[in-house]
Ligand binder design. Structure first.
Ligand code: NAD
Length: 361
């Protein structure tokens, strides 16, 4: 599997590869079906229409309200109906998904199913989209409170990042994306952590438009690619990029958190477990809590209890083939996989996380 992850300045301007990229071995045209997130549409409809304007190409734009609580089978069905109505050439007219992780996950899933797979291009418009959801090959939808319970591994033919799209992203969503960058940093890139520690608040204020912010995006993508490239379809269930994703599925939807916010709470819990086990120095736990708090990210959620978190760990253990394979940091920038975490560990870690939260506020 190979696909380019490109960064361009204006993805909806003449010269953008959006209309020319296709599976070039096949008959192709510039006719496109474009799914656009409704918030992106609010701010960028003029440039999108202008870019796809020439009527001769008969492109279609479908605006979707693709919020997390709509990432379900109804939205998937709607996408499939639109694709069916449009009738793209089997290979030469890739569907384009412009939006955050939700829209790209649902449209990608639909494309993986339609005629058992038609090409699509991702144009991520959020920070999570650009550094995380756009990078791997996973697609999916939620079922009830179960995150991404249905999905597929299906690579796009390209992912095109345009950082300027994030100028309109609400601050809370930028912080949510920075949480995923912090995940990469804690697991494998101390330098990235240092940059976010020093410049994270500025990056938030400038909505990732500064020079240092480009470095944050670039390092986060590189770290993610390095972790995923040899394990795209998860033949190995030991994944450092699962850090922050063990306990969080049990409270992300129920507590109405953004994805990165839930990841932040999970990361603190795991760092607290590592500290109590003597694997991670207390001062490093403090740095993690401080960097999250400085970005307005949560470090604990209430109400929560150890029993519920233990059930989430059991659920993750099923997902990971019967072993916990819990990624725990041994330093900022290094980690190992651990087994044998019990409810007592979670009780103690929760107490420590609450204490750290109280100290930081
Ligand atoms: N497939 C993967 O590998 C992968 C990886 C990480 C996350 N995800 C999934 O991604 C989702 C989270 O992604 P997200 O954080 O991008 O959330 P999202 O797609 O819900 O987008 C966040 C919000 O920002 C709005 N928005 C999007 N672009 C905007 C823009 N440019 N300007 C203004 N508003 C804009 C959206 O309408 C939405 O309200 C979760 O469902 C998660 O499971 C998938």
């Amino acid at each position: 599997v190979e696909f380019p992850i490109l960064t361009v300045n204006e993805v909806f301007a003449a010269g953008s590869p959006l209309k020319t990229l296709s599976d070039s071995r096949e008959v192709s045209s510039t006719r496109r079906l474009i799914f656009v997130d409704s918030e992106v549409w609010k701010f960028h409809s003029a440039t999108i229409c202008e870019y796809f304007k020439p009527q001769s190409t008969h492109s279609e734009i479908v605006v979707l309200e693709a919020f997390e609580d709509r990432k379900n089978i109804d939205l998937l069905r709607l996408c499939l109906d639109e694709i069916d109505k449009f009738g793209p050439l089997r290979r030469g007219e890739p569907v384009i998904a412009v939006g955050g992780g939700v829209l790209m996950d649902v449209v990608g899933f639909a494309c993986s199913m339609f005629r058992r797979g038609i090409p699509y291009i991702r144009v991520p418009s959020t920070l999570i989209g650009q550094i995380d959801a756009g990078v791997g090959v996973k697609t999916g939808i939620n079922v009830g409170d179960s995150k991404n319970r249905l999905g597929s591994y299906f690579a796009p033919i390209a992912c095109i990042n345009d950082p300027s799209l994030m100028a309109t992203l609400p601050t809370r969503h930028v912080a949510s994306g920075l949480a995923e960058a912090i995940k990469v940093a804690i697991m494998r890139d101390e330098c990235l952590f240092n940059i976010i520690e020093q410049r994270g608040a500025d990056a938030l204020a400038s909505r990732m438009a500064g020079e240092v912010d480009a470095e944050i995006i670039d390092r986060a993508i590189k770290g993610m690619v390095a972790e995923l490239k040899d394990n795209l379809t998860e033949s190995s269930l030991e994944r450092f990029m699962d850090f922050g994703h063990t306990f969080s599925p049990s409270f992300e939807l129920t507590h109405n958190l953004l994805h990165g916010e839930a990841v932040a709470v999970d990361m603190v819990l795991c760092c607290a477990i590592a500290t109590i086990r003597g694997m991670l120095a207390h001062k490093e736990l403090t740095r993690v809590v401080n960097v999250l708090v400085a970005l307005g990210l949560p470090v604990v959620v209430e109400p929560t209890d150890a029993g519920k978190l233990m059930r989430a760990l059991r659920e993750s253990t099923v997902h990971r083939g019967g072993k916990q394979r819990l990624a725990l940091p041994t330093a900022i920038g290094g980690a190992v996989f651990v087994e044998g975490i019990g409810q007592d560990d979670i009780v103690d870690a929760l107490a420590l996380a609450r204490k750290m939260h109280a100290l930081a506020h």
